[in-house]
Design a protein around this ligand. Structure first.
Ligand SMILES: [Zn+2]
Length: 89
């Protein structure tokens, strides 16, 4: 788990950590994709300006067209998993 400082733009839950789908420990970077652990919304890390911290925004149709097939499948699998296994409240 890696500390982050973002909240979900859809459900507003604080997402203060992230786990890499590939099991590595590199911190999230601008442009990386994520999925909210609470509402399973597809998200993407971005910065409003270079000096701002990373924030999360909802993935757009344009973002999806950037993705290769394998990443689209991995994102869909993460969403399916999190919808079936929401965190305890
Ligand atoms: Zn959410």
């Amino acid at each position: 788990m890696i500390a982050t400082d973002s909240s979900c733009p859809v459900c507003a839950n604080n997402l203060d950590s992230a786990t890499n789908a590939d099991g590595s420990d590199h911190p999230p970077e601008e442009g990386d994709f994520s999925v909210c652990a609470y509402c399973a919304s597809p998200l993407r890390f971005h910065r409003k300006s270079p000096k701002d911290g990373l924030r999360l925004r909802l993935v757009s149709d344009a973002d999806m067209s950037d993705l290769d097939r394998e990443t689209k499948i991995a994102l869909a699998q993460a969403i399916t998993y999190l919808k079936a296994n929401p965190p305890p409240k």
